[in-house]
Write a protein that binds this ligand. Structure first.
Ligand SMILES: Cc1ccc([C@@H]2N[C@@H](C)[C@@H](O)[C@H]2O)cc1
Length: 448
């Protein structure tokens, strides 16, 4: 291994209470809310099909013109308690909120910037209202924070001169101040999810990314930090030059997921995926007909897919400028919530089972319980299960306890029956297993 000053500061997963909670939460929601919600993808009468939170870039709007949108920021339908109730009903255990996206507009009254809610007709501290409302519902709050800031004159995409260096050092100090302000004002925050960290200017300042991780962990013991913040001594991101994950969980799966067969390696570390409901819209876009919009079932499958490989899933919501949600997102939250109400025990606190993926769906595991989450019931009405050496299946039940029968068909191979009345949608079967000592030890190692 090569010696690094700003590489991974830990090998392997964290197992402290805070990380355990992060992991056991499993299902989260993203809130992308900023000035971009006002134009909703349209500028000067032209609708842009790109991501709505990037409209400033697509329409080449100068920062000072874009920030004039602040004069229109007055979400009269905003009700933090209603947002928290919606999240509670959906069954999410945490919500990641955009404190500041690339545009530079802050949802909290930062004293280091003139582009904040305090300078809008709305005036009040939206971030503070949301944190209180979510925490009151027992929902953890995570902060999304974009380092790249299109409103700040000292931001640099690269460092090509002494002036660049001086400007960017001022910018990094400004960023430190905002991060300390967020950690001080909102000490119940559980995680920082950094974005806008891909430019050469950051990769040339890997030291700063290590300093930010340490600064936040000193201020908020237990807080989790995503891998996307981090660059090492040589500008390597997410995984350092020795291949070790930096930060506390990998955050590279954005709008994509690891393959259940080819990418099993991801089960060796913690990771969190995030997804959009349309093909690629994080902020509010007025016209969702411009791309495919995933059904609740397709969203559910991605949630289960992530958990089946030992990851978290964060489903995105892009609230309207008026502070209400579009009907598609309300209906989605409702549908997912109904499923989680009935089957959530195969999600919360669950992890990778270590069994070979089968075509009928996904396995998840919690201690001695292995769950089958069935998305594709076979015409044979027989659900094939192949167990690792030394593992036997002794019983198969529905979550109401009803035994549906399992038959051994070969060594480490079983047929689990489909329930007589096939449920109307994806359902869960719980397997009772027996593992001989060697296998159990492996799991005991993994879980301690
Ligand atoms: C190329 C690209 C840059 C930034 C993004 C941001 N990351 C997501 C989590 C959103 O915030 C999106 O604006 C997406 C794609």
């Amino acid at each position: 291994e090569i010696s690094l000053k700003y590489g991974a500061d830990r090998l392997g997963k964290r197992h402290d209470d805070s990380m355990r909670k992060f992991r056991d939460n499993r299902l989260g929601a993203f809130i992308h809310w900023g000035l971009y919600a006002i134009p909703g993808g349209e500028w000067n009468g032209k609708v842009y099909n790109g991501a709505a939170e990037w409209l400033k870039s697509w329409a080449k709007v100068p920062a000072d013109e874009w920030l004039k949108l602040m004069d229109q920021w007055n979400p009269e339908k905003f009700n933090a308690k209603a947002w928290a109730k919606m999240a509670k009903k959906m069954g999410v255990k945490y919500v990641k909120i955009t404190t500041k996206h690339h545009e530079g507009f802050c949802l909290w009254p930062s004293k280091y910037s003139q582009y904040t809610v305090a300078q809008t007709p709305y005036k009040k501290d939206i971030l503070g209202e949301l944190i209180k409302a979510y925490n009151d519902e027992g929902i953890d709050v995570h902060f999304y924070f974009s380092v790249m800031d299109w409103s700040h004159p000292d931001y640099r995409y690269d460092i090509k001169s002494k002036e660049d260096e001086a400007a960017f050092n001022r910018f990094l100090e400004f960023t430190d101040n905002q991060l300390k302000e967020l950690a001080t004002r909102y000490p119940t925050v559980k995680d920082f999810w950094f974005d806008g960290t891909w430019d050469a200017s950051i990769k040339k300042n890997g030291w700063w990314t290590a300093h930010v991780e340490q600064m936040l962990k000193d201020m908020l013991p237990g807080v989790t930090i995503n891998s996307r913040l981090r660059a090492d001594d040589y500008g390597k991101r997410h995984f350092d030059s020795n291949g070790h994950l930096m930060g506390d969980y990998e955050s590279g799966y954005e709008r994509r997921l690891p393959d259940p067969v080819k990418d099993v390696k991801v089960t060796r570390w913690d990771w969190e995926a995030c997804m959009t409901v349309p093909e690629n819209q994080w902020g509010y876009h007025k016209d969702w007909s411009i791309s495919y919009v995933k059904t609740p079932l397709e969203v559910l499958e991605r949630i289960v897919h992530a958990v089946s490989m030992g990851g978290n899933m964060v489903v995105n919501f892009g609230p309207q400028a008026d502070g209400d949600f579009r009907h598609e997102e309300k209906e989605l939250a409702d549908a997912i919530g109904k499923w989680m109400q009935e089957y959530g025990e195969c999600i919360y606190g669950c992890d990778y089972a270590g069994w070979d993926k089968q075509s009928w769906g996904y396995y998840t595991r919690k201690g001695k319980d292995v769950y089958m989450v069935v998305f594709n019931p076979p015409y044979s009405k027989l659900l094939v299960v192949k167990t690792p050496k030394g593992t036997k299946v002794t019983k198969a039940v529905l979550l109401d306890g009803k035994d549906i029968g399992v038959k051994e068909t070969a060594r480490n191979e079983y047929n689990v029956n489909m329930p007589a009345k096939a449920p109307a949608g994806p359902f869960v079967i719980k397997l009772q297993i027996e593992e001989d000592a060697s296998v159990t030890d492996k799991y005991r190692d993994a879980l301690t």
